[in-house]
Ligand binder design. Structure first.
Ligand code: NAI
Length: 364
């Protein structure tokens, strides 16, 4: 898969890592994202088109129900499993994937990225005709060319930056969530209005739909998964290990780490007071400690790792590695799970049974 990254993307990547902070800000101003809100979008374009939802999982259920409550009648497809039962319980008639692909004009493809290319090949592609639209909630399979729809088929992305459960809950409460919209090869601009209308139908334009690209969605998504979250996991484990080595009680450390909910409250305050503004909610001792030590947390070796992770994503090396892992039955994923669950933090969390249950209830 090497070579997936085009030259423009490569130079943009190099630019991002070599640029000064101010250069970054200036460029960001220059390419300020286009954001669409409810009033910018006309949903009439969906009136003459039949919408199909393939998959009734996290996103499928939320998007199907939101689209239905927005006044449309989506046709739902699911294989024979518990998700199919959920769709029936919610009042949908459930059909085979092939039938929905044959009968609708717009397919919202909402099954896991890992299984999409096989299902696309066997059950969707044979029924696609020119003018049909395939809508993804992630850029993965299109960016890495695991799915290459035929010419004439619209390929769009409506990717909520929100878990499915919240996509539904926010909609029901009259609220929205951010989402990325994009079109692949939309020379005559026919398909973007469909992406925007779908974004409105699921409730995203209440908060804002950002015009983006399949590539950008992959980059921001995988870079968070492979750099930001692993970094946070590793630092949390170090926090636990170092304090318990120094004789601190493992259950107290575990509670301080995440079960107290302070972590969640800090992230919430980042939204309400600003990423940096929330620091003012901490004592000055804390502010000084955080700001004076932050730079030490990014030594040059870490920056090398960060760049390597970015290169693996943009070149397609990670995609190839993950595809091979899946073909072998995911042995490394099982090993990594086994290994992490042996960490003393997992045991400490288990010992805190009652407190953990109360904490979980508070943040449900
Ligand atoms: P999920 O894991 O909830 O998908 C379950 C659904 O996929 C069920 O309907 C199940 O019957 C079906 N399914 C699973 N394997 C299948 C197979 N081999 N053949 C046919 N159907 C199969 O999926 P999720 O998390 O909703 O993801 C769907 C899409 O949304 C993906 O592209 C994902 O990247 C994207 N996305 C997911 C988010 C989330 O909240 N999980 C957030 C934003 C985007």
């Amino acid at each position: 898969m090497a070579g997936v990254l085009d030259q423009a993307a490569a130079s943009e990547y190099n630019w991002a890592f070599n640029a000064t902070y101010h250069e970054t800000l200036n460029r960001k101003n220059y390419i300020m994202a286009k954001i669409y809100y409810d009033n910018d979008v006309d949903m009439k374009i969906l009136n003459s088109r039949k919408i199909g939802i393939v998959g009734y999982g996290n996103q499928g259920r939320a998007q199907a129900l939101n689209i239905k409550d927005s006044g449309f009648e989506p046709m739902v497809a699911n294989r024979d499993d518990e998700y199919r039962d959920n769709a029936i319980k919610d009042g949908f008639e459930v059909h085979s994937i092939s039938r929905v692909a044959r009968e609708v004009d717009i397919v919202l493809f909402l099954i896991p990225d890992e299984v999409q290319s096989q299902v696309y090949r066997d059950q969707i592609k044979p029924h696609l005709k020119a003018g049909d639209v395939l809508c993804f909630a992630s850029g993965y399979n299109i960016y890495y060319k695991a799915i290459v729809p035929p010419e004439g088929v619209g390929v769009i992305m409506v990717a909520p930056r929100m878990i499915g459960k919240a996509v539904r809950n926010l909609y029901v409460n009259g609220l929205g969530f951010p989402c990325l919209v994009a079109c692949e090869k939309d020379q005559d601009g026919r398909f973007m209005p469909i992406a925007l209308a779908l974004a409105k139908a699921i409730g995203a334009t209440r908060l804002g739909a950002f015009e983006s690209s399949f590539r950008e969605e992959v980059m921001i998504d995988l870079f968070a998964e492979q750099m930001l979250w692993p970094g946070i996991i590793k630092l949390c484990l170090l926090y636990f290990e170092k304090l318990t080595e120094r004789g601190c009680d493992s259950e107290i450390v575990t509670t301080e780490l995440h079960l107290s909910g302070e972590f969640v409250e800090i992230v919430k305050a980042m939204i309400t007071h600003g990423f940096f503004g929330q620091l003012k909610l901490h004592s000055q001792t804390s502010q000084y400690g955080q700001l004076s030590r932050a730079d030490r947390m990014a030594p040059s070796e870490l920056l090398v790792q960060v760049e390597e992770v970015m290169e693996e994503i943009s070149s397609g090396r990670f995609h190839t590695e993950w595809a091979e892992e899946q073909k072998k039955g995911k042995p490394n994923l099982s090993r990594l799970w086994q290994q992490i669950l042996e960490h003393p933090l997992a045991k400490s969390e288990a010992k805190l049974g009652t407190l953990a249950k109360i904490a979980a209830k508070s943040y449900k």
